[in-house]
Design a protein around this ligand. Structure first.
Ligand SMILES: NC(=O)c1ccc[n+]([C@@H]2O[C@H](COP(=O)([O-])OP(=O)(O)OC[C@H]3O[C@@H](n4cnc5c(N)ncnc54)[C@H](OP(=O)(O)O)[C@@H]3O)[C@@H](O)[C@H]2O)c1
Length: 269
């Protein structure tokens, strides 16, 4: 595994995404068994960073993550749990309430990282960060971040938060460069902020071009693995691919160990 260190915090380059674990916008009991088995595979392989949100399966994703961790008797301190507060809950009281609810569902005392999931039109970022920093003071949250923020909002967040903004979680993949074009990647790299690349293989709707296929062949890896390796070879970029398939879960984890040459990076860029 490769790691990134910022603000004395070391994080694995590849974590486990949990959108669709336990259902989509609401809990789907039919998904419990396959979801728990995916989480167990990830824990067994050594994934330590799990990314969830209060909206994933309307909180059921958090419940299943907590359950898998308890079932496997994995020590809480060895894990890094990220959750997110949804855009409808960004007032001071709602943020505190949402965090408590996430902790209750996870059956944990603290979150390692708490993100604003999306900006909302009517939000008062000052109030939101007042609450988020209160959660840090109270020991309920260790680190703060944002998601789907542009550079302007990112700068505002940094100015408003007493606790450093350690990440901006945004879509980034070999075929989605929108956060390169809008300057977010460069801003993060120059300002000690991790860019957490979500949907790193376009939610599975992934077409490997010839370059990806050729490089995959050279390394005896899949094009999916090369697309993930390309992301995590980049400074300050970490990622959180999701899969229900134990083979894919392992392939994604192993992608951190692929070393691409400068020439291969240039071709993929
Ligand atoms: N902050 C936000 O607004 C936001 C938005 C979206 C996502 N996220 C986070 O980012 C995580 C990842 O993004 P995502 O779930 O949207 O999409 P993703 O990780 O790009 O793609 C997941 C899909 O790719 C397939 N897949 C995974 N690994 C594979 C492999 N090695 N080979 C072939 N197929 C593979 C999976 O199918 P199988 O199950 O068949 O492997 C699944 O259908 C989410 O789970 C969530 O935690 C955050």
């Amino acid at each position: 595994m490769k790691y990134e260190t910022i603000h004395n915090l070391t994080l694995p380059k590849i974590g486990f995404g949990t959108w669709k674990i336990g259902g989509e916008s609401s809990p789907d009991p039919k998904m419990d068994s396959v979801s728990l088995s995916a989480l167990r595979s990830a824990l067994e392989l050594g994934y330590t960073h799990f990314d969830t949100a209060e909206t994933y399966a309307d909180g059921h994703s958090e419940e299943l993550i907590g359950q898998a961790i308890r079932d496997m008797r994995v020590k809480r301190e060895s894990l890094f749990i990220t959750s997110k507060v949804e855009p409808r809950h960004l007032t001071y009281d709602q943020v505190l309430h949402s965090c408590e609810a996430s902790l209750r569902r996870l059956q944990m005392d603290y979150l390692d990282l708490y993100l604003i999931h999306w900006p909302s039109a009517g939000m008062k970022l000052e109030d939101t960060f007042w609450a988020l920093n209160q959660l840090v003071k109270d020991g309920k949250v260790k680190h703060l971040g944002v998601s789907n923020f542009d550079v302007k909002l990112l700068k505002q967040s940094q100015a408003l938060s007493a606790t450093p903004i350690i990440t901006n979680q945004v879509p980034y993949s070999h075929s989605d460069r929108s956060n390169v074009k809008n300057g977010v990647l460069e801003y993060c790299q120059q300002n000690n902020i991790l860019l957490t690349a979500y949907s790193p293989i376009n939610q599975g709707h992934f077409r490997a071009n010839q370059t990806l296929q050729a490089i995959a062949q050279t390394h005896s890896k899949t094009p999916y693995q090369i697309a993930i390796a390309w992301l995590v070879m980049q400074p300050r970029v970490i990622t959180i691919p999701m899969s229900f398939n134990p083979i894919h879960i392992k392939e994604n984890f192993d992608a951190a160990d692929i070393v691409l040459s400068d020439e291969e990076m240039k071709q993929l860029n």
